[in-house]
Design a binder for this molecule. Sequence first.
Ligand code: PYR
Length: 324
Amino acid sequence: EQLALRTKDLPAVSTDEYRIRLNGNMEFPEEIPSLLAHGAEGIGLYRTEFMFLERKTVPTEEEHYRAYKQVLESMGGRPVTIRTLDLGGDKVPGKTKHEREPNPAMGLRAIRYCLANRELFRAQLRALLRASAHGNLRIMVPLISGVSELREARSELEACRTALSRAGVRIGNRIQVGIMVETPSAALIADRLAQEADFFSVGTNDLIQYTMAIDRQNRDVAYLYKPLHLAVLRSLQNIVGAAKAAGIPVSMCGEMAGDPIYALVLLALGFDELSMTAGQVPMVKNILRRSSRAEALELLNTAMELTTAEEIERHIRTEMERRF
Ligand code: PYR
């Protein structure tokens, strides 16, 4: 907390001037004061599905709108990245009749669920468009597996925008529409997705789960969950490279982003933004401010010469402990 107070208003910038924006992850509007107090510069991930959980009825468009408006206003013009509903899978709302799937992680979830439940999706999109007049909104679509899903989501958004405009509703004029990169297919065609998305945000929890073919709910295979597996690092390199080539910002909002042990790896990979819980912001910022991108690149290059996840992890851990 001491650190949070001291560094709250300082930028996350390396000693050789590489600037990373540190954003906050959130579920409820009540979390905003704490995020700001810890120095979050924006919202990188607002998990809207939490409004659906722990209740029996589906939230109305008005409820969505009020929550989003409150968050956008509280953030006072700072970017607010609102993720469209990531329902399905392990997050099934009480009201919706949903057959339990044998393999929910690979089932009807996130954007798939929204495209299969269009009225639910449209209610959220209308609420987002209405709220967009009150701040700096970015809409983020989860679990994109190909360009068609992004086009379909955009087309729904445009249809809602047209209808609202006709009805005289005021809508923000520069809403960014980006995607979460969290499937191996999206990572592999990141160059094509970057042509049609305004930004990327990597969801490492899912990207690692799907890349390694390990069910996050299954404890028997949890030992294979390795953020520093060479396949994950290569995948991240491809995603960041595609974003840079297309000139769009690339963020990470999975748990990997807030763990200080990975801060130099992410600095080296070239992320523009990292999003994490409020409490993680000061520590990650402190590490970034005390390091250079040049040394981070050297660390990553050496690590990626190694082969097994255990070797890479040991190397990064040793080097991080030696430095900090
Ligand atoms: C993920 O890391 O998969 C998120 O959804 C944040």
